[in-house]
Design a protein around this ligand. Structure first.
Ligand SMILES: NC(=O)c1ccc[n+]([C@@H]2O[C@H](COP(=O)([O-])OP(=O)(O)OC[C@H]3O[C@@H](n4cnc5c(N)ncnc54)[C@H](OP(=O)(O)O)[C@@H]3O)[C@@H](O)[C@H]2O)c1
Length: 278
């Protein structure tokens, strides 16, 4: 079995590289310089020449606030390029695994979101990711789309990295208490994807840890596990006056997926495991 990874330098892409290397699985991993996925000719060329059995599309435009101002690039990468990959996967009969987001929801449900819930993104990033999902559904009969949330791993574009940076410069931090979702490590995500592929399942699934929290609760758990000497102030997200609106509570249920692949750890267990190793 051969794997092709797009987004090799990203936090999820690099975790897949680590795992496939350990498992001695044949793969090719491409970063933005190797292949710009917004260019269909480049995508077709690599897929045609490598002939992968599986494509893991970990590439995306993830800058939620910047996407409000420069939405064109968000749609180019999250919608158009996803369509490019789906078309090319179909041509070469490769199975596509793609990643989406909890930001396809507006956050007003008041309960965990299931795969059957109606989407209603409230920012450009969420809208562009939803159009990416739809492109895949329109082109391919069989695929895996995993909606993720609050992803962290070895990279800089995540809350844990930023929290470490802020706490190295400040003893008091203001953290939002009115933003709820589910932190999930790249390790947890890769474990679940591998199990899903072994089970030969397809379709759209919510892939998150168990249980949910506010960002303030997440930060408190980091402080507790790391035994940090720092004070956290719970504040409203309105304090930060961010360009992009965020869903108030976009926490998703992983029930559909965990019924098929087995239990998924809680976000607290997952976080502890990550912090002890990093
Ligand atoms: N991070 C989160 O909290 C979060 C939450 C929910 C869902 N997700 C989804 O999870 C998936 C993985 O996210 P992640 O956190 O691993 O992302 P990431 O660390 O930001 O990595 C994304 C990668 O995509 C590459 N990329 C961007 N435009 C490209 C292009 N035109 N051609 C080729 N590569 C391009 C980037 O390369 P350059 O930097 O060189 O452009 C980057 O290495 C994404 O689908 C994301 O939408 C993430």
């Amino acid at each position: 079995m051969k794997y092709l990874i797009f987004g090799a330098n990203g936090q999820l892409g690099s975790k897949f590289i680590e795992r496939l290397t350990i498992d001695n699985i044949d793969y090719i991993a491409l970063n933005h310089n190797d292949c710009d996925i917004t260019d269909i000719n480049s995508v077709q060329k690599v897929i045609k020449s490598f002939k992968p059995d599986f494509i893991l599309n970990c590439a995306a435009y993830n800058l939620v606030d910047e996407a409000e101002k420069s939405s064109e690039i968000a749609y180019k990468v999250n919608q158009k390029a996803t369509q490019n990959i789906a078309i090319s996967a179909k041509e070469e009969n490769a199975f596509l695994v793609h990643f989406s987001t909890d930001y396809v929801f507006d956050g007003n449900k008041g309960k965990l979101y299931s795969e059957k819930d109606i989407t209603n993104p409230i920012n450009e990033y969420g809208k562009s990711k939803l159009l990416g999902e739809n492109a895949i559904k329109n082109i391919l009969d069989k695929y895996l789309i995993f909606r993720l949330s609050w992803v962290y791993g070895n990279g800089k574009q995540n809350f844990i990295y930023k929290f470490n940076e802020w706490s190295s410069k400040n003893n008091v931090l203001n953290i939002t208490e009115d933003e709820y979702s589910i932190p999930s490590s790249t390790n947890l995500i890769v474990n679940a994807v591998q199990k899903a592929l072994q089970k030969n399942i397809f379709g759209l699934y919510h892939l998150v840890a168990n249980s949910y929290c506010s960002r303030y609760e997440w930060a408190n758990e980091i402080v507790k596990i790391r035994k940090m000497d720092i004070k956290l102030n719970p504040v409203s997200i309105k304090t930060f006056n961010l360009p992009a609106q965020r869903p108030y509570n976009s926490a998703m249920s992983n029930e559909l997926l965990s019924n098929l692949i087995g239990p998924i750890p809680t976000w607290q267990e997952d976080l502890k495991d990550f912090l002890l190793k990093n």
